[in-house]
Write a protein that binds this ligand. Structure first.
Ligand code: RP5
Length: 193
């Protein structure tokens, strides 16, 4: 079972206090195309499990540059604290947004058809000095959501505790698999996967 499947097998919301729950978005998940949504969905899901309201937008650096600029310029004043930006191919969206705001930007390279996302990764990770983008793995939507949560947890102890509970769940999932592998042996384990 993949780590990201934790959200499918344990759908109950985490116990986050009302002091933690956010009604106004402090985090945005933006993407270059609706074809990126599946990749960004784990980020949205983990943020919602931590009870954040999430602003989700399609904003293309190339197809809707005016809307992208307006979003980035207004992001801080409307209360956003972190932006997750995913794009594929000539993936300029995270870097362009980062150039227009002082908010931390987490870039998600989306796996492209032609070059398997290596083009997206290089476009996002190779930022010039002075304008950083924190880049996660190709299709690393889950880690983008977790990293945004960790940034927000710097000023929220309850959220930090929930993140540590999530880590415990990740740990327990792997130790359970290890125990089953020892019990069944590799051949039977593979058969029941
Ligand atoms: C990028 O082009 C988007 O981020 C997307 O990953 C890629 C392909 O877009 P579509 O042609 O699927 O709309 O701007």
């Amino acid at each position: 079972m993949a780590i990201s499947s934790l959200f499918i097998v344990t759908p109950e919301p985490l116990q986050v206090s009302s002091a933690t729950a956010q009604l106004k978005p402090v985090v945005a998940v933006v993407m270059g195309s609706d074809s990126d949504l599946e990749t960004l969905q784990p980020a949205i899901q983990v943020l919602e499990r931590f009870e954040f309201a999430v602003e989700v937008r399609i904003l293309s650096a190339h197809r809707t540059p005016i809307e992208m600029v307006a979003f980035a310029q207004q992001a801080k004043s409307k209360g956003l604290k972190v932006i997750i930006a995913g794009a594929g191919g000539a993936a300029h969206l995270p870097g362009m947004i980062a150039s227009l705001t002082s908010l931390p930007v987490i870039g998600v390279p989306v796996q492209s058809k032609a070059l398997s996302g290596v083009d997206s990764m290089h476009s996002i990770v190779q930022m010039p000095g002075g304008i950083p983008v924190a880049t996660v793995a190709i299709d690393g939507g889950l880690n983008a959501g977790l990293l945004a949560s960790q940034i927000l947890a710097l000023s929220n102890q309850n959220l930090e505790e929930q993140i540590m509970k999530f880590r415990e769940a990740v740990h327990d999932e792997v130790t359970a698999k290890d125990a089953q592998l020892i019990e069944l042996g590799p051949n039977d384990y593979l058969t029941q996967m």
